[in-house]
Design a protein around this ligand. Structure first.
Ligand code: ATP
Ligand code: MG
Length: 251
């Protein structure tokens, strides 16, 4: 059974139809990338999975349950399956790294001992390569470090599904590749189903098992990253060549 299925999802804001019949399936443990132009509805699509935005019609299945009309306790139970690495990083600037990473644990696992919290925070910071940064404040961190703290905070909650919204946007190419490596490492070590929304094609090639494009409110099937390199679809081709081959300016 697919971990996540969207069936014919429609969503309008005012007169603007952002999603016009989105269909997709994400398998357990895969890294699934969604690409698309700015403003095409990628973040809106992710919000449907968390029940932060509800579809006008269609269904959103998580582990076979249609969550599209869930509220209260039901949606909270589903949300706990997800970890989210936000477009910004969304750290609390007044809290240090340790406090940021342990924040969710304290709220959700209220019976967790201080020693277990500490162990967990140390483990996840180690996993993202930030051991020793516990006492730093977010303002002292580089963009790449902030993203890694955001990732550590998400995985501290033991999610089954991790959503990354533009994890490499705003980072230089070197840091972007560090994040790519982490996405792959976290996915395979923790056996997490992973969805990455991005317009960084290098990142797609590095991390994705499968990739699709959101365009004009619908999903254009892409396949594996290598399928994408040979695609005949006009929009996929355009997106792919403009992002990857812009550096071939001599040609
Ligand atoms: N709550 C909302 N109310 C009204 N319009 C919204 C709302 N959320 C998103 N939109 C609109 O939906 C469209 C898609 O937005 P979304 O944030 O999903 O784009 P995106 O693909 O994530 O873009 P980017 O790559 O720039 O992050 C935009 O036109 C946006 O203005
Ligand atoms: Mg977005």
């Amino acid at each position: 059974m697919a971990k996540i299925v969207l069936k014919d999802v429609y969503k309008k804001f005012g007169n603007f139809e952002v999603l016009r019949g989105v269909n997709l399936e994400v398998n357990q443990n895969e890294v699934f990338a969604i690409i698309g132009l700015s403003g095409c509805g990628k973040s809106v699509l992710l919000k449907h999975l968390l029940g932060l935005v509800s579809a006008d019609s269609g269904a959103v299945f998580v582990d076979g349950e249609d969550i599209s009309s869930f509220e209260g306790k039901d949606i909270n139970r589903v949300r706990r399956k997800f970890g989210m690495v936000f477009q910004g990083a969304a750290l609390f600037d007044s809290l240090n790294v340790y406090e940021n990473v342990s924040f969710g644990l304290r709220r959700v696992q209220t019976d967790m001992s201080e020693a277990s919290i500490k162990q967990k925070v140390m483990d996840v910071l180690n996993m993202v390569g930030l051991s020793g940064s516990e006492n730093k404040s977010p303002s002292e961190l580089s963009g790449g470090m902030r993203k890694r703290v955001g990732l550590a905070r998400a995985i501290a909650m033991d999610p089954e599904i991790l959503l990354y919204d533009e994890p490499t946007t705003g980072l230089d190419p070197v840091l972007s590749r560090v994040i790519d490596e982490l996405i792959v490492k976290v996915n395979s070590t923790l056996k997490i189903t992973t969805i990455v929304v991005t317009h960084d094609m290098t990142s797609v090639l590095n991390v994705a098992d499968r990739v699709v494009m959101l365009h004009d409110g619908v999903i254009i099937e892409g396949g594996t990253p290598s399928d994408l390199q040979n695609t005949e679809n006009k929009y996929l081709k355009e997106f792919f060549t403009s992002s990857v081959f812009t550096k071939n300016y001599k040609e």
